[in-house]
Design a protein around this ligand. Structure first.
Ligand code: GAP
Length: 539
């Protein structure tokens, strides 16, 4: 399996991702995209927007869909009226459990602390860690040896009891026997407490609660609160979907695993509005459609899977939720991380924004009331129902929500694409290379153009080809160094095609086109280069 460190180092070396504010020591949970990374992520977002929204043909009847449907887009603000988050449930319910360590003063997400029971010298303790899965055994062994005052060579005196488990699974009455991840003594962890993940800020000159607002933790709510605007300003009819791509913010307790869990990230979300009677069929359609999208763009094989939530994992109002998951290399063997969730949300959101926050534990959904019997969080009072102008039926639409993360998708495509192999150099000697086998549609650079040598008129011809291609796509011109080294640099960047101007070009105006994956070289006419490359990269 690919080692994560190799990918992380490639990402930094070649300018895919950098730690935010790195020169000041960085900021945990924040990442910048470099020159190659920004192209890759933009191509993924563009592919999503085109395939899901702007390129969707509402006159066609897609396979597996109950009927044709329409799609439109929105771009909403990050800061919204604070009432939005009260009615959506985020104000009351959007929290993780955290524990604090009295010794190290560090804070951890309760479910992310993992550890193992171990006994020695007549005492049994639960040693915990926060390191990646592949080094956790090493880490807890080191700590246990230190605690029991044993040397490395005495490691067989440690009697391990059971495998690694989350702190969540440990009876908190055993707290006195727990060694926190960064502590050397026992029993330093507090009881788990709720921690709301929304970032708070203040709008305008008001500094008190009056001016308080939250950075959105999801883009979805902007779509719900604009439902009526979309209906009133377009001619969309149900069923239809609204797509949005944008930044979301979550004050994650322990951001980790490169960009997988960040505090600032981008989502690509669709809220699909349909008649309640058809919502199950639409749920199945979207689950399959979204899974197919990842496969079409290159995630395949057994590292990608669709996991239906068990009934006990579902919200009360939900008919179904499925996660599209990827076996990221930083996870333990057999574990998968969420790329996207496809949720059946019923009418929870539209009704909550109309009537006031509903109590998700009730069925059918009821308004959540305070001690005085008033709505706990008041809704907008606006009518967010839909009237079918053909049947005259009025109803509150149900929602299917395919919600994807642009950063997680970028990371998954990078993990899947990374590979190392052996290729012959100019002299036929085998050399190892790192290659990103990215789908040409999302590759940051579509083609690189090289003059074989920097003389004999070759650079002029190469510049002409570069200029013609650059009008259509991101291409790269390189005349420095041996051609083999130039190929290798492009392989690492995931560039699918390299075009070389050589001696023959000057005689017959043909160039070689080298394929990154097959290494095959074809001769093509200069006049055909633009159409040929456009076709190959799916433009
Ligand atoms: N509106 C529904 C919603 O936000 P979610 O499962 O919380 O659902 C959707 O988030 C997607 O957003 C996830 O599948 C993931 O791809 C991405 N995401 C969520 N939290 C993230 C984080 N801290 N860092 C990076 N991506 C994240």
């Amino acid at each position: 399996m690919m080692q994560m460190e190799k990918l992380v180092s490639l990402c930094k070396r070649r300018g895919f991702m950098f730690q935010s504010s790195e020169i000041y020591g960085g900021m945990n949970g924040f990442w910048d995209y470099g020159p190659l990374g920004v192209e890759l992520k933009r191509n993924i977002k563009d592919a999503w927007w085109r395939d899901m929204c702007s390129g969707h043909n509402e006159l066609s009847h897609p396979q597996g869909a109950p009927s044709p449907y329409e799609m439109v887009g929105l771009d909403c603000t990050i800061l919204m009226h604070p009432q939005v988050w009260k009615c959506s449930g985020h104000y009351d319910l959007f929290h993780d459990f955290m524990v604090d360590c009295r010794e190290s003063k560090k804070r951890y997400r309760f479910d992310q602390v993992r550890g193992r029971w171990v006994a020695a010298k007549g005492q049994k303790i639960f040693v915990t860690t926060m390191v990646e899965a592949d080094t956790e055994h090493e880490d807890v062994t080191r700590k246990a040896l230190k605690f029991f005052n044993l040397r490395n060579k005495d490691a067989d005196q440690l009697a391990w009891d059971g495998g690694f488990k989350s702190l969540e699974k440990i009876d908190m009455s055993d707290r006195a026997s727990i060694m926190a991840p960064d502590a050397v003594t026992l029993g330093t962890l507090t009881e788990p407490r709720e921690f709301n993940l929304m970032f708070k800020t203040y709008v305008g000159a008001l500094s008190g609660e009056e001016g308080a607002a939250f950075l959105r933790p999801e883009t979805a709510q902007g779509i719900f609160v604009n439902f009526k605007n979309v209906l009133d300003s377009t001619r969309v009819r149900i069923p239809f979907g609204v797509a949005q791509i944008g930044k979301s913010f979550r004050n994650e307790i322990t951001p980790r695993n490169f960009t997988f869990r960040s505090r600032e990230f981008e989502q690509m979300e669709i809220e699909f509005f349909c008649h309640p009677n058809q919502s199950r069929e639409w749920y199945s359609y979207w689950r399959n459609r979204r899974m197919a999208w990842y496969t079409e763009l290159g995630l395949s094989g057994d590292r990608l899977r669709l996991r239906e939530h068990h009934e006990d994992e579902l919200s009360h109002y939900s008919v179904g939720t499925a996660d599209i998951e990827y076996a990221f290399p930083f996870l333990a063997e057999g574990e998968y991380g969420e790329l996207e969730g496809i949720a059946h949300r019923g009418d929870f959101d539209l009704r909550s924004h109309m009537e006031g926050k509903l109590d998700p534990k009730t069925r059918p959904l009821q308004l959540e009331r305070n001690e005085q019997g008033q709505p706990k969080h008041r809704g907008s009072g606006k009518d967010l129902t839909y009237r079918d102008d053909l049947t005259n039926e009025r109803f509150t639409p149900h929602v299917i929500e395919p919600s994807a993360g642009a950063d997680r998708a970028t990371l998954a495509f990078l993990c899947e694409a990374f590979s190392e192999d052996q290729v012959p150099d100019e002299d036929g000697k085998m050399q190892s290379r790192v290659v990103l086998r990215l789908n040409p549609r999302i590759a940051p650079i579509k083609a690189a153009i090289f003059p074989l040598v920097k003389k004999d008129g070759m650079p002029e011809v190469a510049e002409e080809i570069y200029g013609a291609l650059k009008k259509h796509m991101n291409v790269f011109y390189d005349e420095k160094g041996a051609v083999g080294r130039r190929y290798r640099r492009q392989d690492e960047a995931g560039t699918p095609y390299c075009i070389t101007v050589d001696g023959q070009t000057l005689q017959d105006r043909t160039v070689t086109l080298r394929d990154r994956d097959t290494l095959e070289q074809h001769r093509i006419r200069i006049d055909d280069v633009v159409s040929d490359v456009r076709q190959r990269v799916g433009m």
